[in-house]
Design a protein around this ligand. Structure first.
Ligand SMILES: *Cc1c(COP(=O)(O)O)cnc(C)c1O
Length: 359
């Protein structure tokens, strides 16, 4: 047998559909930003000195980490960067969670990469059910954080529900943890109106906050993510990275990401537009009888009064809109709809109206 037993038992993550033909669908299925990267990014890409690609990149990504340290008022030693936050998260599983020390805790309905990494690293885990209102159940987490807990990880706001926790609730998790294990808060969608826990990093040396340039920086195609936390955590992540690949971020990505991070003004503008779109779009769906969970992300999680998630997904696909549904018991009635431009969402609403008329 030429396939390792490890590889034989992998269950990989299923990414959202990426149609090969551009323009066939309005893509509202993978939470990309509908607006382009900033004009400063356009400029740096156009002027990029291609001859530099002859040379290896800076393995420590110092310029990019510097920009991030400035942006978050941290030291460079408190910043780690990787090839998308998916890679950063994978390194976290290796660096902080220990199969021999116990169980990892995460919410029942959450980013579906978490169980995938857990299987990859043979890490036992427990899914903590959501509350009846689909929020993350903090008291249930506190209850489970016993002797044999090796870590806690959750997104805030959570995916795919879009629902956010208060900083105070996350603080209770950190206090109860007493520094015994790492608490990882995946803030992929934090720039859409949710309060960040980055200011707690200096109080809790076991807190690691993971961010991405894929959503709020409109750079999903560039693959840049980062982690912010105590320098001891960052040092371990760096040693995991250097045992795997010294250069996960190429020269081009480092330069482009640095430019985007330094251009907050533009990004605050487009992200504010998405927040406004989310607000009127949610209200309009509710007026049509849908249930819409309160979202702090660049997507909403919503259910039709009669149709299940798959039926809505298929009906919208036939009308040229890609959304995402999850065949998981408890959330199969919902679809996740990424916020597009104002125009996209008006068109979608019209199509949903026509759909209702056919029922
Ligand atoms: C999109 C997403 C990521 C991954 O982002 P990349 O940086 O593109 O790898 C991580 N966590 C959550 C919750 C996400 O939704």
């Amino acid at each position: 047998m030429i396939i390792s037993s490890r590889a034989q038992k992998l269950t990989p993550y299923t990414p959202g559909e990426q149609p090969q033909q551009a323009g066939l669908y309005v893509k509202l299925n993978t939470n990309e930003n509908p607006y382009p990267p900033s004009p400063a990014v356009e400029d740096v890409v156009r002027r990029y000195n291609w001859e530099e690609l002859r040379l290896y990149p800076d393995p420590r990504s110092r310029a990019l980490r510097n920009a991030l340290a400035e942006r978050y008022q941290l030291e460079e030693s408190e910043v780690f960067v990787g090839n998308g936050s998916d890679e950063v998260l994978s390194f976290c599983w290796y660096a902080f969670f220990d199969p021999h020390r116990g169980t990892l805790l995460f919410p029942e309905h959450t980013y579906s990469f978490y169980p995938v990494y857990s299987d990859y690293y043979d890490q036992p885990f427990k899914r903590i059910p959501l509350k009846a209102d689909f929020g993350i159940d903090i008291p249930a987490f506190l209850e489970e954080m016993q002797e044999n807990c090796t870590g806690v990880v959750f997104p805030n706001p959570n995916a795919p529900t879009g629902m956010a926790l208060e900083v105070q609730e996350i603080r209770t998790v950190l206090e109860k943890s007493e520094g015994r294990f790492a608490v990882i808060v995946d803030e992929a969608y934090v720039d859409y109106g949710c309060e960040s826990v980055v200011p707690l990093i200096r109080d809790f040396p076991n807190l690691l906050v993971v961010h991405t340039c894929s959503k709020s920086r409109a750079l999903a195609g560039l693959r840049v993510g980062y982690a912010l936390g105590n320098q001891d955590l960052i040092r371990v992540l760096t040693s995991v990275k250097d045992s795997f690949n010294s250069y996960p971020l190429d020269r081009f990505s480092q330069t482009v990401a640095e430019t985007a991070i330094r251009d907050s003004l533009y990004y605050d503008g487009i992200n504010q537009r998405i927040i406004e779109t989310r607000s009127w779009f949610s209200r309009s769906l509710q007026e049509m009888g849908w249930r819409v969970l309160p979202s702090k992300a660049n997507f909403i999680f919503a259910s039709h009064p009669h149709l299940g998630g798959e039926a809505v997904y298929l009906a919208l696909k036939s009308r040229g809109f890609l959304v995402r549904y999850f065949n998981h018991p408890g959330i199969e009635q919902f679809v996740r709809i990424t916020m597009g431009t104002e125009k996209d969402m008006e068109k979608l609403l019209q199509n949903i109206g026509d759909l209702e008329a056919c029922l």
